[in-house]
Design a protein around this ligand. Structure first.
Ligand SMILES: [Zn+2]
Length: 245
């Protein structure tokens, strides 16, 4: 294949742009924020579970307290009824004794239930604290998640800007490369990751190997517009004044 030396040299610009585009693609998949976000998302799931667990405990305790309050109301009403009957005086001495006996047991029961309710209220208060602590932790984790996501988005936007700029530059360069040479370059790039490299001080810029005597003498014999390839890695070798030929 033949191509004017100046045209061959534009392949170096193209190769440089492609290296940058590869770097952008690699960077996009390996942003530290991505690992960070995965970690925080796991933390958020744990925090959400903790909130749910604390809220369930609290709801159960509140239900118990409601039931107990109703029971206390019933016992109080019973006591009130007994007291009213006694005050009314419309009862026999036998009934008075029975009512007093019952009232005593009702009051004992009421005191017991009220103690129980008081204890339950303390547990509710502790459970409420637990819920707000868990909610606070979840809010903090969500905040960190939001920060990390914002940083990721900023990094992706920066990479997108670089990519757009480089892609535009690539299109401009590609326009000046003949079709056949470009096809060879693209095929090599797809196979080897690099399509062309500078031969500098007898070394291939892609595989970094120094050309042996035979290869060098072949290159010296080649015409300036011959498209030559590295014997080791196969990329197009672009010769300039730095090539050491
Ligand atoms: Zn090479």
């Amino acid at each position: 294949m033949k191509a004017a030396p100046a045209v061959q040299r534009t392949l170096l610009d193209l190769a440089e742009i492609d290296i940058e585009l590869n770097r952008v693609a690699h960077r996009r998949g390996s942003l530290p924020e991505l690992t960070e976000i995965t970690g925080i998302e796991a933390e958020a799931a744990t925090s959400r579970d903790a909130v749910t667990a604390a809220a369930t405990v609290l709801a159960d305790l509140r239900r118990d307290a409601d039931r107990l309050e109703k029971e206390v109301d019933q016992v109080r009403a019973r006591g009130k009824r007994d007291e009213d009957l006694l005050k009314g005086g419309n009862v026999s001495a036998r009934q008075v004794a029975d009512l007093e006996h019952e009232l005593e047991s009702v009051r004992r029961r009421q005191a017991l239930l009220e103690d129980e309710l008081l204890e339950l209220m303390e547990r509710i208060e502790a459970a409420e604290t637990q819920v707000s602590v868990a909610e606070g932790e979840l809010a903090e984790v969500r905040q960190r998640l939001g920060d990390a996501e914002r940083r990721r988005d900023e990094a992706l936007a920066d990479l997108g800007t670089v990519e757009t700029r480089r892609t535009e530059a690539r299109e401009a360069v590609v326009g000046s490369v003949p079709e056949g040479l470009l096809a060879l370059y693209e095929r090599l790039r797809a196979q080897k990751g690099t399509g062309a490299a500078l031969l500098r001080a007898r070394r291939c810029g892609a595989c970094r190997l120094e050309l042996d005597r035979t290869a060098l003498s072949e290159l010296r014999k080649a015409a300036p517009d011959d498209v030559v390839r590295c014997e080791e890695c196969g990329v197009i070798l672009v010769r300039t004044g730095e090539s050491g030929l």
